[in-house]
Design a protein around this ligand. Sequence first.
Ligand SMILES: N[C@@H](CCC(=O)N[C@@H](CS)C(=O)NCC(=O)O)C(=O)O
Length: 241
Amino acid sequence: VSERASGYELYYWTGIPGRGEFVRLAFEDAGVPYVDVARLPEEEGGGDDAVVRAMAGELGGLRPLGPPILKVGRQVIAQTANILAYLGPRLQLCPDEEAGRHAALQHELTVLDLVVEAHDAQHPLGPTLYYEDQKPEARRRAAVFVKQRMPMFLTYFESLLDGRRWLLGRSLSYADLSLFQALEGLAYAFPKSFAKRRIPRLRKLRDAVAARPRIRAYLASERRLPFNEHGLFRHYPELDR
Ligand SMILES: N[C@@H](CCC(=O)N[C@@H](CS)C(=O)NCC(=O)O)C(=O)O
């Protein structure tokens, strides 16, 4: 199947893994081709302008507030968890039955809550101010994040994995891939605090995802964007104490 023929078009900013990465990991693990539209050459319709146009409603359908945005035929779907709930059964990355689908979505939303708190720990006054303009507030909020909130989320996920390989049991779901990405992000942003957590099952899950053949190939490819100080997870050593 050529990328175009699979019909999946992802719109996300070019310079950061961000929330687009949760969607990419699902496609990559499933081995289903997708077009990462903004990362095409500009003469082929790529560039961040493609995302801006999608946010302006040029794809049709419901106008999304922000990326990631998925276009499938004439359907346009936004909100990370919503995109994954749509893709889950189609990519065989969650159970088909209703209870299982909602369990996967519940885990996904919890992972994304953690992601938002990690981001907000570094931007407590909101995303419109630069980190440099909210450093004292970030120092206070990040201290609470690494001491209380991050451990609370990690302990919760660790306890879910008691006697299970994946969040839903024997089969991997898109929520496991997202949890992997959240753990990678926390290890990047708060390396010292993260290293101190006693979370053997989560570390095993992280290694198990990274070792999946398609994910391993993806992580080694140029498609995988490194974390950096423009994204959701940033490394500011002064906030990692
Ligand atoms: N809850 C939404 C959040 C979407 C969102 O905030 N996207 C960011 C990029 S990660 C964005 O650029 N939003 C547009 C803006 O804030 O201008 C989701 O999970 O998709």
